[in-house]
Design a protein around this ligand. Structure first.
Ligand SMILES: Cc1ncc(COP(=O)(O)O)c(C=O)c1O
Length: 448
């Protein structure tokens, strides 16, 4: 792995620059892709830089500017770019087989590892994205319970499946009562039937969410929860809220789906281990693909049997041309094997150092703001109000301009973060790099 401390961060006032290769590529992209992009989260104004190569904790753009990568492909690159042992395993696999209309041993090995680590997972079913994993989990819950509805948290992001998207982008003009949020569409024309089949829960409000879950008890197939939701400001689930959801869902026959697509990296036993809950279904993605496209649903054998066909037609038919392709499986298995418990503890220590450093950077300058996150995540908000729910984050959007100025300064000081100032760590990072980044953020805060 790259020793991050041997690299100092460049002071490279290279962006934005109309004469750059990235600026030219962006203009070219605009002709053939709407807004020049295929992915909402990776765009920033006036144009995103285009990546050319990556190594360990660093990524280099097409203009030759190298930055410490604190995006890590939105949580998926837990070992950073091209970790040598993963690359060796993938290279060997590429010499044998890339995709095939047959199963391979690698899919069993990865499933065994996941079942061993995750308390709620006896069996696994693969897909190619987290979106698909969530969709399949919801379908499985419906087939298992014979019920149509799901409950989810206002603002929480679970990918692009219609029901999982409801109220993901709710705004004050439509979101209604904070104790009983109105299900809002995410795109124009989203069918009313979809909205009718989703119960939207307020985050960490035990009494209000309990009342909603109990009011819909007989109709709910599942409660879909991410315990550290990125779009709810990385505010962790409260222990009594999670306990209430587990208890009410079990009592009413609804399944608990824990969405760990983003958050499996919270610990060796996943987010479920960290938060002490055993879900009925777990959705996975990102890190279990080792840098390649992936999704998976895991769960209790009894629930997962809806995908099985031992006794005839499956209750949930599920296929997918690239499901469990051996390249992804090989990369994912090696990636997960390179994550013993001490790798997670080390990331947690680095994360705490980063969060503490960011908090100091704010207080040293007398700036309002808040640092949220846990384990290997940190989010810096410049809002003058505390962030506790999605609605606070919508209020905080008025500070987006100031945050994007910080992002822009960091871009020219060798640090790549998301425009919303989320920092995601990877194993090749070390204390020296974290301290450098904290110093750069401090300088950026002083400059905006
Ligand atoms: C919690 C959660 N669920 C699901 C998804 C969707 O995963 P994918 O982007 O692989 O479709 C994401 C993506 O960021 C996510 O954060």
């Amino acid at each position: 792995m790259t020793d991050a401390s041997t690299h100092s961060l460049a002071n490279t006032p290279a962006w934005p620059d109309d004469a750059s290769r990235s600026a030219a590529l962006y203009q070219r992209a605009r002709a053939v892709m709407p807004s020049g992009s295929s992915r909402l989260t990776i765009f920033f104004k006036p144009y995103p830089v285009y990546a050319a190569s990556g190594e360990g904790a660093f990524v280099t753009d097409v203009d030759g500017v190298r930055r410490a990568d604190f995006i890590n492909n939105y949580s998926s690159l837990i070992h950073g770019h091209r970790p040598p042992q993963v690359m060796a395993a993938v290279t060997e696999q590429l010499g044998k087989l890339t995709a095939v209309g047959l199963p391979t041993e690698s899919e069993i090995a990865l499933a065994e590892l996941l079942a061993e680590r995750l308390a709620g997972v006896d069996q696994v079913r693969y897909a190619n994205s987290g979106t698909e994993a969530v969709m399949m989990a919801i379908k499985a819950a419906r087939a298992f319970t014979g019920r149509p509805k799901i409950a989810k948290v206002e603002g929480a992001y679970h990918g692009g499946y219609d029901h999982a998207e409801v109220s993901q982008t709710a705004l004050p003009d439509g979101w209604g009562d904070p104790a009983a949020p109105t299900p809002t569409p995410t795109y124009l024309g989203q069918p009313k039937g979809v909205l009718d089949d989703v119960v939207v829960l307020p985050w960490n409000d035990v009494a209000a969410a309990r009342a909603l879950l109990e009011a819909h008890a007989g109709e709910l197939a599942a409660v879909l929860i991410d315990p550290l939701p990125s779009r709810v400001g990385f505010v962790p689930i409260a222990a009594d809220y999670l306990a209430m959801i587990r208890e009410v869902s079990a009592r009413s026959g609804a399944l608990l789906i824990l969405d760990e697509v983003y958050n499996l990296r919270l610990g060796y036993h996943g987010a479920q281990g960290k938060f002490g809950v055993v879900p009925d279904l777990t959705t996975l993605g990102k890190i279990i693909g080792g840098g390649f496209p992936v999704g998976a649903v895991g769960g209790r054998a009894e629930v997962m049997s809806v995908f099985g066909f031992d006794t005839g037609r499956p209750r949930v038919p599920h296929g997918g041309t690239y499901n469990a392709n051996p390249v992804t499986m090989t990369a994912g298995l090696k990636t997960m094997q390179l994550l013993p418990p001490q790798a997670f503890s080390r990331l947690a220590v680095l994360g705490e150092r980063l969060r503490e450093g960011l908090r100091r950077a704010l207080s040293d300058r007398g700036l309002p703001g808040q640092v949220t996150g846990d384990e290997s995540f940190a989010m810096l908000s410049l809002s003058d109000q505390p962030i506790r729910t999605y609605r606070d984050l919508v209020y905080a959007a008025q500070f987006a301009e100031a945050q994007s100025r910080v992002h822009a300064v960091l871009m020219n000081r060798g640090v790549l973060t998301s425009p919303s100032l989320v920092f995601t760590l990877s194993t090749p990072m070390d204390e020296a790099l974290v301290d450098q980044v904290v110093a750069e953020v401090g300088a950026a805060l002083g400059a905006v």
